[in-house]
Design a protein around this ligand. Structure first.
Ligand code: E4P
Length: 225
């Protein structure tokens, strides 16, 4: 199971990497645009920040399959390491995915909202398919159940593609997707912090500290042994 950060903010990514077991970073044009930075500098800094072993997913912006392939090859050359080109699922996107597989470029097929889209993307060779959980929930659909169907469809038919569930707004959605066998989740840094938080944990830690202080004051274990 992989935890991926859905962010292009270098400071946020640095903090999360220091405190959480993060396997990579996903971006999309919206996330990149939010940073209002020079694109080339930003993607290089993202790679420097996460190192070569963590996954870096950058989305293509071209409209044609050929254009997407060119962007993918260039991006792969620039950022290197564990690079995935994100391709939105469409006819041009599926065509690009088939072309990229022959060129040995890893693909995450994104903006997936249905099970048939996921299957087409997987058959075309996508390494990951990214269904959008919260955006489905927003239209009175059921994002978790779509993810669950995709996971079992891949398992039934021995399909190697993995499910990288995306678009989360709360911890419950993330937890449910993981229970259903989602292989990876991409979450915002804010949601990452929220997954750790529980008021009873905060209060338990505070109680331990107060009880200790009653006997040992400011001294910590290393002051006593
Ligand atoms: C990541 O790959 C997706 O682009 C992202 O999770 C979408 O999230 P949103 O629905 O919050 O924009």
């Amino acid at each position: 199971m992989l935890y991926i950060l859905d962010s292009a903010n270098v400071e946020e990514i640095r903090r999360c990497m220091e405190y959480f077991p993060i396997d990579g970073v996903t971006t999309n044009p919206t996330i990149i645009s939010r940073e209002k930075r020079n694109f080339l500098d930003l993607i290089k800094e993202l790679r420097e920040t996460i190192g070569p072993e963590r996954m870096l997913h950058i989305q293509a912006t071209a409209y044609t399959a050929e254009g997407m392939v060119e962007e993918a090859l260039r991006l792969k050359e620039i950022v290197g390491g564990e690079f995935y080109i994100k391709i939105p699922v469409s006819d041009e996107g599926i065509k690009a995915t088939m072309m990229l597989k022959k060129l040995d470029v890893k693909v995450t097929e994104t903006a997936i909202f249905t099970q048939p889209q996921a299957l087409l993307a997987a058959k075309a060779g996508a390494d990951f398919v990214a269904p959008y959980v919260n955006r489905l929930d927003n239209i009175v659909s059921d994002g978790v159940s779509v993810v669950s169907d995709i996971v079992s469809m891949f398992s039934t038919h021995n399909i190697e593609s993995k499910v990288l569930a995306a678009s989360f707004k709360n911890v419950e959605q993330v937890h449910s997707v993981i229970l259903k066998g989602g292989h990876a989740v991409t979450i915002t840094p804010e949601l990452c912090e929220r997954m750790l938080y529980h008021p009873l944990t905060v209060s338990a830690i505070s109680d331990f500290d107060q009880d200790w202080r009653k006997v040992y004051g400011d001294k910590r274990i290393l002051d006593l042994i």
